[in-house]
Design a protein around this ligand. Structure first.
Ligand code: 13P
Ligand code: SF4
Length: 344
């Protein structure tokens, strides 16, 4: 087992202040002071180390509350995170998310050191397609533009015309001058994008192991049990689930919707971390989450984040070969050029 290099410890007063800071955040999740006491030495050390190294911590909304509210400098969806990665002035980016997000950060800001705390933070969608698959799709559907979901490897992005996220896929595909589009790799998102864009969408058959678990029967039951509930589904859900929802979009879009709506009850059909985040950030509204966890996102924890800050191993530093990075960046640049909205 790797040992964590020495970090100074907080004084008694510093520790008490940290416990209090955490408790103010976590009490809406029913955490006790004792639970905050357990994590406070770690969050204090991480925050101090971050300053010392001029590092920034970017976290996806599916991360655990101790990451989101304990140590993150910015929390968002894939689009917002990529913008933050591109614009940061920090020397080091620690990505509390999954590998494709960290890789995207490196491609967008190659001068920075990008670290990922766990090597197991993959994604079933990103693992479900290869560059060779894209080349075959291009042969099968000549003269058809290819959009890849951001949940792909850099090598796959390098084969595509444009990269999209759940925050801008509809806008980009709608505005592209082509009646047919190849969208990869998510089969549900591919099916959802047809009616949402009014275009013919062909693509691939990978799936998100989280969103694939939701069913229309669960959504119908939620409505029956909760009068007046607003149901928000992620674009990665099965089309039959999306049809039952009041809103479909990215995690950032769901947050905006809940924050600006006057309704009182909401169900978030997505990974359970999003509801936990909103329960802390919003009061006076009832939020129903799912209990489906993304095992990849949850590989990141306070211990391995401190470890990567204290003594990063070479395998935790993200590097992308220049040829792939340049071609993948062209697909990402096209995305930014064509996006007018999103979680910025
Ligand atoms: P967004 O947060 O970009 O909507 O994506 C959800 C997701 O599954 C990320 O892996
Ligand atoms: Fe990938 Fe799904 Fe996990 Fe997001 S929630 S990282 S799409 S497996």
């Amino acid at each position: 087992m790797k040992t964590v290099a020495f970090s100074p410890s907080p004084t008694k007063t510093q520790l008490e202040q940290e416990i209090d800071r955490l408790y103010q955040k976590f009490k809406s999740l029913n955490w006790t002071k004792e639970q905050c006491e357990l994590i406070a030495p770690l969050t204090w050390k991480i925050n101090r180390k971050k300053e010392e190294l001029n590092a920034v911590i970017l976290a996806h909304s599916y991360q655990m509350p101790q990451i989101i509210f304990g140590i993150a400098d910015y929390v968002g969806d894939s689009y917002g995170l990529s913008r933050q990665a591109m614009d940061t002035q920090a020397e080091t980016i620690v990505f509390c998310g999954v590998e494709f997000m960290a890789e995207t950060a490196k491609i967008l800001n190659p001068e920075k050191r990008v670290l990922i705390p766990s090597l197991e933070a993959g994604c079933s969608l990103a693992e479900g397609i290869t560059p060779e698959d894209i080349r075959e799709l291009r042969e099968k559907y000549p003269n058809t533009p290819v959009a890849c979901y951001v949940n792909t490897s850099a090598a796959v992005k390098a084969e595509c015309d444009v990269c999209v996220t759940s925050a801008n896929a509809v806008e980009i595909i709608k505005n592209w001058d082509s009646d047919r589009f190849i969208f990869v790799p998510d089969k549900h998102m591919m099916s959802n994008l047809g009616p949402l864009t009014g275009k013919e969408i062909v693509g691939w058959n990978a799936e998100c192991i989280v969103h694939n678990q939701f069913t229309k029967e669960q959504v119908q039951q939620l409505r029956l049990d909760n009068e007046g509930i607003i149901i928000l589904a992620h674009t990665e859900c099965d089309p039959s689930v999306v049809l039952e929802a009041d809103f479909v979009g990215s995690t950032g879009g769901m947050i905006k919707y809940v924050k600006s709506s006057h309704a009182e009850k909401f169900a978030l059909i997505t990974e359970c971390g999003l509801a936990e985040r909103l329960k802390v950030e919003i009061s006076g509204k009832e939020i129903f989450g799912s209990c489906v966890l993304c095992p990849y996102m949850k590989k990141i924890n306070l211990e391995n984040t401190l470890q990567v800050l204290n003594s990063p191993q070479p395998e935790h530093e993200i590097n992308v070969p220049p040829d792939i990075a340049n071609r993948a960046k062209a697909a990402l640049d096209k995305m930014f050029e064509m996006t007018t909205e999103g979680d910025k």
